[in-house]
Ligand binder design. Structure first.
Ligand SMILES: [Zn+2]
Length: 459
């Protein structure tokens, strides 16, 4: 999605391409593109000259004669192309502006999210709804704006009524530059931090404008025209790459549904302990890893132990009985064989997880909440990714071992290796390996394994 620098690239292109031209006709091929009176949109601008192209935040403005203006928001993938009249060349050309010099401008939007509107002199315009751009915003006013909010600093700086132009990419970049954790409360920001946010946002946006914006995924300002800012981004898209400042792997989590990348060390959240997640398939060596980290001062949260204790609490008992039937408890104790057998059916497995996961998550959150800022917490959670608890971690260690090694360990303990391995088939190993901060193989001796753990930058 284009943000301020990308829209500025489009503005500069349009200013060069259409400024001074007179509009002969307008055609709209996708009515929902237009907000307001569709008839006025295609009639009032006829015969008017485009005096200049302006931009505020992510909005474009075609400033026409007589105080008329066409506002355009590109949203996800809106683009403009020059061409000749009556020749829409692309599938998603949704609007056509023909000019007196025999050229035409097409608006193209594969995702159909973009919007345009005609605004007459003196009428309320989309610009009126925007906060100042980073270089115009007064830091003390930003402090005041943020003090009233209930959300996080990342959400607040992406709110266009607070600061115009910052979206997901430049929010991550700005907060990284300022060493501010994206989950900090917006209302907790000091004047110094607000000054830093505006200064860094300005600096980063200026570079981005010089570089022609960022070309991320499918967004190109023009066919064959790519920005170069994506090469300069330090946080956005840098999941698991080492932080250029401190060397610790960058972490990607979701904040209000948006991918958010930050450094867990130099953007550490104030007052919150460091959280390491350990996961992996059964008998890969998670417990050895846990033991090692506990010996290094980590506070252990053992999800399996937590689950076991949950079966005893009345709320869980009645929920399981309701989902699995009377037989799920025998003499007041969980009928483990029965519940395990039934849980082979994905429907029942999902029911069980829906009962247990929220409580496990809540318990882990409680522990993190009451632990001091300098504490290190270890979440030993086999279902770390399935439960979404990876989102609570500053780093994740995935322990893996060859299947034959894991099987041999189970057999050596006299356990039913085949059945246990079967249960573990559902472990999303490929996904976990891709997302984990570190993957360590436990294929040799315990000493060798611990030596690998010692090398992690967690001391
Ligand atoms: Zn760092």
């Amino acid at each position: 999605m284009p943000e301020l620098p990308e829209v500025e690239t489009v503005r500069a292109f349009l200013d060069n391409a259409v400024r001074g031209k007179r509009i002969n006709s307008i055609r709209v091929f996708y009515p929902r593109l237009i907000e307001g009176d569709p008839n006025e949109f295609i009639t009032l601008p006829i015969g008017k000259r485009i005096e200049r192209m302006q931009r505020k935040g992510k909005w474009l403005k075609f400033a026409l004669e007589d105080g008329l203006a066409i506002y355009s928001h590109l949203r996800m993938e809106g683009k403009y192309f020059l061409g000749t009249p009556n020749h829409p060349e692309r599938k998603f050309d949704f609007a056509e502006f023909d000019f007196d010099d025999g050229t035409a401008l097409y608006y193209n939007d594969q995702r159909k999210f973009g919007r345009m509107s005609l605004v007459k002199q003196g009428e309320h315009s989309p610009f009126d709804e925007l906060g100042d751009e980073p270089w115009d915003k007064d830091p003390s006013i930003l402090v005041r704006d943020l003090s009233k909010r209930k959300d996080t600093i990342k959400q607040a700086i992406m709110d266009q009524t607070v600061i115009a132009g910052i979206g997901n990419i430049y929010a991550d970049e700005t907060l990284f530059a300022c060493r501010i954790n994206p989950f900090e409360k917006a209302s907790s920001m000091s004047l110094e931090q607000c000054e830093s946010i505006l200064k860094e946002a300005t600096r980063i946006m200026r570079i981005a404008i010089e570089e022609g914006g960022s070309t991320i995924k499918s967004y190109h300002p023009q066919d064959g025209v790519d920005g170069r800012m994506q090469n300069e981004l330090l946080a956005y898209g840098a999941e698991n790459r080492n932080c250029p400042r401190c060397g610790f792997p960058m972490r990607k989590v979701f904040l209000a549904g948006r991918g958010t990348t930050y450094c867990p060390i130099c953007q550490k959240k104030r007052g919150r302990a460091f959280v390491l997640g350990v996961t992996g398939p059964i008998h890969s060596g998670k417990s050895t890893a846990s033991k090692y980290f506990v010996s290094q001062g980590f506070i252990l949260f053992d999800a399996d132990a937590c689950v076991k204790s949950l079966y005893e609490i009345p709320k869980v008992k009645s929920a399981i009985k309701k989902a699995f039937g009377r037989l799920s408890y025998k003499d007041g104790k969980l009928n483990k064989a029965y519940v395990t057998k039934k849980s082979k059916d994905p429907k029942y497995k999902a029911k069980l997880e829906a009962i247990l996961h929220p409580i496990v998550i809540e318990e882990a959150q409680k522990l993190i909440h009451v632990s001091p800022e300098n504490a290190k917490i270890l979440l030993d959670v086999p279902l770390l990714y399935q439960s979404g608890m990876d989102q609570m971690c500053d780093a994740v260690l995935l322990v893996d071992a060859e299947e034959s090694k894991r099987k041999a360990r189970l057999i050596a303990e006299g356990r039913d290796a085949k059945a246990i391995m079967e249960i573990n088939r559902s472990f999303p190993l490929a996904k976990a390996k891709k997302k984990a901060t570190w993957v360590i193989y436990n294929d040799s001796t315990e000493d060798d394994f611990v030596a690998k753990l010692k090398e992690l930058p967690l001391q």
